[in-house]
Structures are given as structure tokens and as C-alpha cells.
Design a protein around this ligand. Structure first.
Ligand SMILES: Cc1cc2nc3c(=O)[nH]c(=O)nc-3n(C[C@H](O)[C@H](O)[C@H](O)COP(=O)(O)OP(=O)(O)OC[C@H]3O[C@@H](n4cnc5c(N)ncnc54)[C@H](O)[C@@H]3O)c2cc1C
Length: 373
């Protein structure tokens, strides 16, 4: 029998960034397990935005949470790169969402006004501007906008990273601090004990732990169901495509097009409610390529070299789930979209919350139980 002070199931970006926070808080022997499910390689298949803008329209609490995460990102990245020695390829150069036509731009202005009022009422700024076509074009002097682009919403205070390097850096720092990572071990069964500990049977071991964190993406629902808790998540496929490398001209990411530090353009914005099917489709490739070319016509000249699909973990209101399993206060479940953007909060706020040292009262707003009311 192995023992752990805290066992974390799921080594994607959510489990890894939380496990890092646990060792930083001195939680003792922290063990992180990942089963490496091919259908659930979400943390390796995402777009890499560190983004708050337009998240949580109609859900002020989520807007606020995303804004807090963006404010924490530069310092988080700085510490992460210093400690891990990884270059996570963060460009903190801003971010934009294009508008096709004036009506769409006017809609952005209205939506931003509402979100800003919500954030400012809680004492947090919301630095997003609405740019007309010329102002937007002036920010990208090397790119030419398509004729349908009327303008954009823009903020200087977000950016993008290389998500693979981010994941590697987080796990590296976690292990340097004494955390233990097993990259090919699946949790099979969770058995709460009457003495307050939890037994976890994995593919190769049995662990006894004082606290358990379930952060297994789509794998979490099966684990919580066995504890009597229905997890309110559903799968949503997104597909991404990548062009050949070329001269770097786009200095900041758009929601649907970004240029990486090695010069490739990543393109994607599709959302499909599918089962756990990560295949790509010609239909989505065509429609998102057409969208990208409508924003930047010159992209039509590039070769498209790779594509993949990944399955988002979505909740009914789009916000994250941070919850203790009813009757088992020592078992937490984390299930969410935007795990890259929210990573600093998982290290700095969610890890202390797991240990019973809450630093932000907002966490309790994100329980799984909010969907059961
Ligand atoms: C197309 C697309 C684009 C995206 N773009 C962005 C973006 O730009 N910015 C952003 O912030 N977010 C983005 N996301 C969302 C982001 O990728 C996810 O929020 C994040 O990866 C979730 O990480 P996770 O660790 O919760 O889940 P996962 O990455 O799925 O990790 C869960 C892990 O648990 C493991 N596991 C499952 N069951 C078990 C078990 N029983 N035992 C052990 N291990 C188990 C799995 O193998 C998996 O590795 C995007 C998602 C998609 C699909």
C-alpha cells in the first residue's frame, strides 16, 4: 500500500497546476496520476490563449474569475519560467475578437459594457476597448484586414502561450518541489474509509490518502458517479488547424487566429456537441479556414499542414466546477473549460481551498450543486 497526503487524479493542466499549488502550500506528499487517455488529451490539444475578454457574458461571476486569472498570469508565468527553466512562449501582447459588420461591433460594445459594470462593481477593472477598423488595422501594420472586418474588441492585458510547454513547465516545477508524478497510472476505484482517509485503487497500486482531488477531465464523471455525485459536464468538440511556418507578422492573438512564436498560424473556433469523438471533419476545416481568410485574406496563400480535434469539458453555464463531494469533505472535484487561462488561480487559490485555507470567497459560487437546485 502506498500513502499520500494528497492524491490528484488527472495530470492535465488543471490537475497539474493544482498539484503545483498544493506542494507550494506545503501539503506534504502530493502524488499526481494520469492515465494518458487518447480521447482526453485536452491539455495538449487546445489553442493556448490566456484570455479573459468576453468570457462570462451573462454570468458576471465567471467574468470576474477570468479577469482575476488574467491579472495573475504575468507574475505566474515569470515564476514558472524561473523555477522550471522552461520557455512557455508567453506573448503578453494583448488579444482581439474581430467583428464582421457594424452590427456585430455594436453588439460587442453592449456586451463589454455589461461585463465591465459587473467587474467594476466588485472593484476589478475591465480594460477592454472597442476599436474601429482603422484603429484595429493600425495595431497590425504587417497584416491586411479583409473588407468585411468592421473593427474589434481588444485588450492589452492577455496573451497566448505554447500549451505543451506550459504543461511541461508546471509538472517540472511540481516535481522539483518534491511532487510525485506517475504518467501512466489510471485510478480505477475510490473507496472512502471510516477513519476519514480515502483508498484509491489504480491500474498498478493502492493508495491511502488524506485528501483526494479528482481533476480527470471527462474521466471525472465516472469517478464521482461511483461516489453518488452526478457531475454536470458535457463534451463539446473543437477542431484546430495549423499552417506551415512563415514570417512572424501577427503580434497578438485573435480568438480564432493566432501566430505562434515559430511562425505557424493556428486557426480554430469550432464548437460541436459530440460524444467523445476527437476526429476532425472536412466541414469544420472548410468553415474555419474560410473565417480566417475573411479576416486576413493573405492566409489563403498558406499551406495547411496539420489538424486535430479535442473535446472541451463544458458545464451548463460555462463556469468552472470546484466542489467537495457531499459527505466527503476531503474529496474535491475540479471540472472546467479554459484550464490554460485559469491555471494561475488553480495554483494560487484552488490549491489552498482544497486544503481548507480558502483565500477567495468566490470559490463557493462554483459548486457542482448549483446545477442541482
Ligand atoms: C479546441 C480547444 C481549444 C481550447 N482553447 C483553449 C484556450 O485557448 N485557452 C484555454 O484556457 N482553454 C482552452 N481550451 C480548454 C482547455 O484545453 C481545457 O480547459 C483544459 O485542457 C482542461 O484541462 P484538464 O486538466 O481539466 O483536462 P484534461 O486535459 O482532459 O486532463 C485530464 C486528464 O485526466 C486523465 N484521466 C482521466 N481519467 C483518469 C483516471 N481514471 N485516472 C488517471 N487519469 C485520468 C486523462 O488522461 C487526462 O490527461 C480549449 C479546448 C479545446 C478543445
Amino acid at each position: 500500500m502506498q500513502t499520500a497526503d494528497v492524491l490528484v487524479i488527472g495530470g492535465g493542466i488543471t490537475g497539474s497546476s493544482t498539484a503545483l499549488g498544493l506542494v507550494l502550500k506545503g501539503a506534504g506528499n502530493v502524488v499526481l496520476l494520469d492515465e494518458q487517455l487518447k480521447s482526453q488529451r485536452l491539455s495538449r490539444g487546445n489553442f493556448g490563449l490566456t484570455w479573459f475578454m468576453c468570457k462570462g457574458a451573462g454570468y458576471p461571476g465567471y467574468s470576474l474569475w477570468c479577469r482575476k486569472a488574467a491579472k495573475a498570469w504575468p507574475e505566474f508565468a515569470n515564476r514558472l519560467e524561473t523555477e522550471s527553466k522552461y520557455n512557455i512562449e508567453l506573448d503578453w501582447t494583448g488579444g482581439a475578437v474581430h467583428a464582421f459588420g457594424q452590427d456585430e461591433l455594436d453588439g460587442f460594445a453592449q456586451s463589454i459594457k455589461t461585463i465591465r459594470e459587473g467587474c467594476e462593481s466588485k472593484g476589478i477593472d475591465y480594460p477592454v476597448d472597442i476599436l474601429d477598423r482603422q484603429q484595429f488595422a493600425d495595431l497590425m501594420p504587417k497584416m491586411t484586414l479583409g473588407e468585411d472586418v468592421a473593427g474589434a474588441m481588444f485588450t492589452k492585458e492577455q496573451g497566448h502561450v505554447n500549451p505543451l510547454k506550459l504543461l511541461g513547465a508546471v509538472r517540472n516545477w511540481f516535481q522539483k518541489l518534491g511532487g510525485v508524478y506517475h504518467g501512466a497510472q489510471g485510478a480505477k476505484e475510490i473507496i472512502p474509509q471510516s477513519n476519514g482517509t480515502v483508498l484509491v485503487k489504480t491500474t498498478t497500486e493502492t493508495y491511502e490518502c488524506k485528501k483526494l482531488v479528482i481533476a480527470a477531465g471527462h474521466g471525472s464523471a465516472r469517478l464521482t458517479a461511483a461516489l453518488g455525485e452526478k457531475l454536470n459536464i458535457y463534451p463539446q468538440r473543437g477542431q484546430l488547424m495549423v499552417t506551415a511556418r512563415c514570417e512572424r507578422k501577427l503580434d497578438f492573438p485573435l480568438l480564432s487566429v493566432r501566430q505562434t512564436q515559430d511562425g505557424t498560424y493556428m486557426i480554430g473556433l469550432s464548437t460541436e456537441n459530440t460524444a467523445l469523438d476527437a476526429r476532425v471533419t472536412a466541414e469544420a476545416m472548410k468553415s474555419q479556414a474560410a473565417n480566417a481568410v475573411r479576416i486576413f485574406p493573405e492566409l489563403a496563400n498558406l499551406n495547411w499542414v496539420r489538424a486535430w480535434g479535442a473535446i472541451r469539458v463544458m458545464t451548463p453555464d460555462g463556469g468552472p466546477i470546484y466542489s467537495k463531494i457531499p459527505g466527503h469533505d476531503n474529496i474535491s472535484v475540479l471540472a472546467l473549460h479554459s484550464g490554460v487561462s485559469l491555471a494561475p488561480l488553480h495554483t494560487e487559490v484552488i490549491a489552498p481551498w482544497i486544503l481548507g485555507e480558502t483565500t477567495d470567497n468566490q470559490v463557493s459560487d462554483f459548486s457542482n450543486g448549483r446545477f442541482n437546485a
